[in-house]
Every structure is written in C-alpha cells, then in structure tokens.
Design a protein around this ligand. Structure first.
Ligand code: BT5
Length: 276
C-alpha cells in the first residue's frame, strides 16, 4: 500500500493555521512511500494548485538523480506542494528557488538560526546538509504542474553513520548554539506553517525570490567542482543565470552553464584570497 490514511486531527489543526494562503488542501499521512510521488499522481489526475502532502515517515523518499532521502519516523519535516505556475517549463526552477528561500526563512523564524543555500537546492549549516528540495514536473496538462518536495531534518536523536559527516538537524544546531537547558526543539507543525506562509509570499513574487536566492547562495564566489554526466568541471561559481543555472568560470577559461548536477564547495587554492 503506498500510504496510510491521512490523519484528520493533524490535518485539520495545521490547515486551520493556513488562512490567506493557497495551501488549504493539506493531507498529513502517518506513513507514505513518497509525498512527491503522491502529489505527482494527484497532479496527473487534475488536482488543483495548492495541494499539500505531509508525512511522518517515507518508505521510499526520493532525492535528486535517483537517490534516496532518509529519515527516521517523526524526525523530519517531509512535505510536498503542488503548484501550477504560469511559466514555461525551462523557468520552473524559479519555483524551487522560491521554496528554498521560504524554507530557509521558516527555519530562521521558528528555529532561530539562518541556514545558507547551496546550489541547486540544499540548505546547509557550516557545509552540512540540513534540508534538501526536489522538484518534479508533470507536463501532461495545459500548464506544467510542479511538485516541490522538501525534507528538513528537525529532531534527530543521532545521525546514522552514513550521514554523520555530511548532515545536520535543527535540534543539533540549536544545542550547539544554546546551553542544554535553554535549547528547545522546534515543532514540525510550526515549521510547516511558517514554510507555507513564507512560500505563499515568495511564490507571488518569483523574481524577488530569485534575487533573494542569489543573495543567500553560499555557492557564489566559491571554488567548486561540478559533477556532470559528461565529467567534472572545476572553477569558480561566478553567477546565477536567469532561470537558475549556475554559471561557472572553469579553470580552462570557458564559462560553463550548469542546469543540473552536483556541486562540491572546494577550499580556495593556497595563496588565493579567501572565498566570501
Ligand atoms: C535532495 O536530494 O536533497 C532532495 C531531497 C528531497 C526530499 C523530500 S522529502 C519530501 C519529498 N518527498 C520525496 O520523496 N522527496 C522529497 P539530493 O541532493 O539527491 O540528496 C540526496 C543525498 O543526500 C543522498 O544520496 C544522501 O547522501 C543524502 N541524504 C539522504 N537523506 C538525508 C538527510 N535526511 N539529511 C541529509 N542528507 C541526506
């Protein structure tokens, strides 16, 4: 079975706090295979913009490029939204950038610290991944439907060995900053409500969202290695293109436009000025 029934109490309590947004049609599942898979199927069946799926646990959480997204039950905010932006397909990445900014703003609002953005869709703290976003499109209707999924690590007792060096969670960051008696773990409901309110604002102003994404993008100005299907490119991340592409000044002198791929932030060369 792909998902258990939505939990009505959770669903109603959160939906009641979403007035003024387009996100009133919210379903909170105790367990599901993937909230992105669920909403893509809903999109294909004609569901309108604004549907939201949230879950405590995914049995087949998806990352980008066929990877998986892991989280123990109840430890993360796992949420997808369905949007039908009036944009050509090649510009729908603006929606993912708006969502990344909104999620970073929600973390600042509720958890009290500000994560950085890493191209294309990660929230990071001191280089460790706090959250990832995955956008998937369905182009069968008149307008592309975009499902934007977000996985935000909220309250992890400990990180599993395979993520111990690369990931972090809100509770771990808060306890690093505050003495144990003052540290409070933010609630997933509060983070969700803040995220959807912030997303409403950012989605209404996609060009501003792009500018804010660019402003917060820790990748810009850094030496990077970009892993592409055709091989790796090393250089300096120089700018963001109008549709969210990463423009890299490669070591050989060429400017490379990256639309999809993985980026590794490198340490600056010895002797060169520090990255901003
Ligand atoms: C992403 O992929 O960062 C996108 C993640 C999107 C997850 C959400 S959850 C709600 C919605 N429904 C879904 O099915 N998916 C979305 P990517 O950049 O490919 O990162 C995946 C990689 O991050 C994995 O290969 C692991 O190395 C690592 N990883 C897995 N789980 C992680 C976690 N909880 N925290 C940090 N890193 C993780």
């Amino acid at each position: 079975m792909p998902g258990s029934a939505a939990t009505p109490d959770r669903t109603a309590a959160v939906a009641a706090r979403l007035g003024g947004t387009r996100f009133a049609d919210l379903r909170w599942f105790a367990q599901i295979d993937s909230t992105n898979r669920y909403l893509l199927d809903e999109a294909r069946a004609g569901a309108p913009e604004g549907a939201v799926a949230v879950t405590d646990f995914q049995t087949a959480g998806r990352g980008r490029l066929g990877r998986s997204w892991e989280s123990p039950p109840g430890a993360s905010l796992l949420v997808s939204v369905l949007l039908r932006p009036a944009l050509p397909l090649e510009r729908v990445h603006l929606v993912t950038m708006a969502a990344a900014v909104a999620l970073a703003e929600a973390v600042a609002d509720v958890a009290g610290f500000a994560p950085d953005l890493k191209w294309p869709n990660d929230l990071v703290v001191d280089g460790r991944k706090l959250a990832g976003l995955l956008a998937e499109a369905d182009t069968s209707g008149d307008r592309p439907a975009v499902v934007v999924g977000a996985g935000l690590n909220v309250a992890w007792e400990e990180l599993p060995p395979e993520l111990a060096e690369t990931a972090t969670a809100c509770n771990l960051e808060i306890s690093r900053r505050l003495p144990a008696d003052a540290a409070r773990v933010p609630g997933r409901e509060d983070l969700l409500v803040a995220y959807l309110h912030r997303l409403e604002g950012r989605y209404r102003g996609l060009e501003d969202a792009r500018a804010e994404y660019r402003r917060r993008l820790a990748t810009l100005g850094r030496r990077v290695r970009v892993e592409l299907p055709t091989g790796a490119v090393t250089g300096v991340a120089a700018d963001l293109g109008p549709a969210g592409q990463l423009l890299v000044d490669a070591d050989g002198g060429a400017r490379v436009e990256v639309t999809a791929g993985d980026v590794v932030h490198l340490r600056p060369d010895p002797g060169s000025p520090p990255a901003p």
